[in-house]
Design a protein around this ligand. Structure first.
Ligand code: F6P
Length: 539
């Protein structure tokens, strides 16, 4: 195994040299660059040729992946070892999309029989709701689902619904995540409780926001159909079956998953029950198949042609080699507009850590801040800063090659924009070119001196483009699995446990403490600033 410290030093040296060069020059000088930095797999094409690495930089990044034993880490994860060391758990979201016949064990225990059993129950439950066999308390079929959950119990299903929902759904899905009565009021205002199925999704079934919304939803249903029949409108998804029972949800309507599925990796499980009911099992099965195809690619492709590995290495190169602490993900697809929100949790909750698995402080930066929204909208919002801001923010563009939705001619315009943005970020516009233009317009030399720098684009801003042939359940599954494995590879290189989230605990504990005070309980000890804010909000 190559030495890890030496590999980091080599990567930093390569990045320093590349940082002084131009990506355009790397492209011109490396005839095999496009072939090496394009990966086609699972209905996706990744183009990493506009990234800020030269051939030497790419090789240094691949050497780092080898030195960090990414392949060993991958084997351990897929083999069901307890790689979530701080919680002593295996990490097997890949099992959720595997074939029923696959031989997968979590710490030695076979899992596929349980996975398949829940899949069958979900398919049956969804089918019976869709065909009207399971109805609401008043005998009317369900026309809406109220999906209650937050974080990993919300962001994935929400993304799936936006991406895959039919133009005219027979069953609509509404999401309630926040503990904000306004969200509850807005989402339920035009729903009929007698035709609504509430699905409470919570891995732990203790999350304050979700439990508050679940109570509110049950009361809302009970108000319409009676408390004794409200259960006919409730279902739950959780790993904590004792808690769903204590909440009073009939076990026939509870769909489980397992502690080896992290919340932010759980959209492959019953957590997506709302989508399964609203879109049908076949759609979800296609999604699982897309994820499984990406798993096979990740498990077998050599590192230098491995899509998640290359995507992760580009990120490591930007983050650690070139010091770029944020990244923007921009889907040129209305249906994928929530992708960045999903990735915020996936990447920042997984790898937003300051210590490694041994409890040692990291000496290099970990997860970058991720942000983004749909293109072209963001071109008219924050892209000014992407092109001319003082900080270079690497971008990831997601494009969908073919789409038949909506009025003719629009899709070409969308694609023209994504291509143009990546080109503009790469080549920029030189001060010399701007000066020539301004001179031709008759501006005075003094005016040109002032204006030309303002109209200059440095270019040399890195981007990756990921193209989906079409947006289908399969390509969406492949895309999400791509990002999951990318996140995993980064964590393996940083030496992080990507599967715990201790950092969110403190705020939760303190919120309970503060709530007691806001509700008139005993005054507790805080810093002066916090006490003042409690007093202000109590007033
Ligand atoms: O607060 C963070 C978190 O624990 C996430 O990791 C999780 O996805 C979310 O809360 C929701 O948790 P649960 O599904 O247990 O309600």
């Amino acid at each position: 195994m190559p030495d890890l410290d030496a590999a980091w030093t080599a990567l930093e040296a390569a990045a320093k040299a590349d940082g002084a060069g131009r990506i355009e020059d790397f492209i011109a000088a490396e005839p095999d660059r496009l072939a090496k930095l394009t990966v086609e797999t699972c209905g996706l094409t990744l183009d990493l040729s506009k990234q800020a690495w030269s051939k030497a930089g790419l090789n240094a990044a691949l050497d780092l992946a080898k030195a960090a034993d990414v392949e060993g880490a991958r084997k351990a994860m897929l083999g069901g070892e307890a790689i979530n060391t701080s919680e002593g758990r295996a990490v097997l979201h890949t099992a959720l999309r595997a074939a029923a016949t696959a031989d997968i064990k979590a710490q030695g225990q076979p899992v596929m029989a349980d996975v398949e059993a829940v899949r069958c129950r979900m398919a049956e439950f969804a089918g019976k709701i869709r065909n009207g066999e399971i109805k609401g308390a008043t005998g009317r079929p369900f026309r809406a689902i109220l999906h209650i959950g937050i974080g990993g119990s919300d962001l994935g299903p929400r993304l799936l619904w936006d991406a895959l929902k039919p133009l005219k759904p027979t069953i609509d899905v509404r999401f309630i995540a926040n503990v904000d009565g306004a969200e509850f009021a807005l989402e339920t205002a035009d729903l009929d409780p007698a035709e609504t199925l509430v699905i409470v999704v919570s891995k732990t079934f203790t999350t304050m926001e979700t439990m508050a919304n679940a109570e509110a939803a049950r009361a809302w249903i009970a108000g319409a159909v009676g408390a004794d029949k409200a259960g006919l409108h409730m279902a739950a998804v959780s790993t904590a079956l004792d808690k769903t029972a204590a909440f009073g949800i009939d076990e026939a309507r509870v769909f489980g998953f397992w502690d080896w599925v992290g919340g932010r990796y759980s959209l492959w499980s019953a957590v997506s029950l709302s989508l399964i009911v609203a879109c049908g099992w076949d759609v979800f099965e296609g999604f699982l198949a897309g994820g499984a195809a990406m798993d096979a690619h990740f498990a077998t492709a050599p590192l230098e042609q491995n899509a998640p590995v290359l995507l992760a290495l580009a990120q490591i190169y930007n983050r650690n080699g070139l010091g770029r602490a944020s990244r923007s993900v921009v889907p040129y697809s209305h249906r994928l507009r929530r992708l960045a929100s999903f990735l915020q949790q996936l990447e920042m909750e997984s790898n937003g850590k300051s210590v490694d698995k041994q409890g040692q402080w990291l000496t290099r930066g970990s997860a970058a801040a991720v942000f983004g929204d749909a293109g072209t909208n963001v071109q008219h919002a924050y892209f000014q800063s992407m092109h001319q801001g003082t900080d270079v923010v690497p971008l990831e563009f997601i494009a969908v090659a073919r789409s038949d939705e909506g009025p003719a001619g629009m899709h070409e315009k969308l694609l023209a924009n994504v291509i143009a943005q990546a080109e503009a970020l790469l080549v920029g516009k030189s001060e010399h070119a701007v000066e020539t233009e301004l001179r031709a317009k008759g501006l005075t030399p003094a005016a040109i001196d002032v204006l030309a720098p303002q109209k200059t684009f440095t270019g040399n801003r890195p981007s990756t483009t990921v193209v989906l042939e079409r947006l289908t359940p399969q390509t969406l599954g492949a895309l999400i699995a791509l990002y999951e494995h990318k996140t995993f590879v980064e964590g393996a290189i940083w030496g992080i446990n990507s599967f715990d989230q201790w950092g969110v605990e403190l705020g939760k504990t303190l919120a309970v403490r503060v709530l007691g005070e806001l509700e008139g309980g005993e005054r507790l000890d805080h810093d002066v600033s916090t006490t003042a804010m409690i007093d202000r909000l109590k007033r």
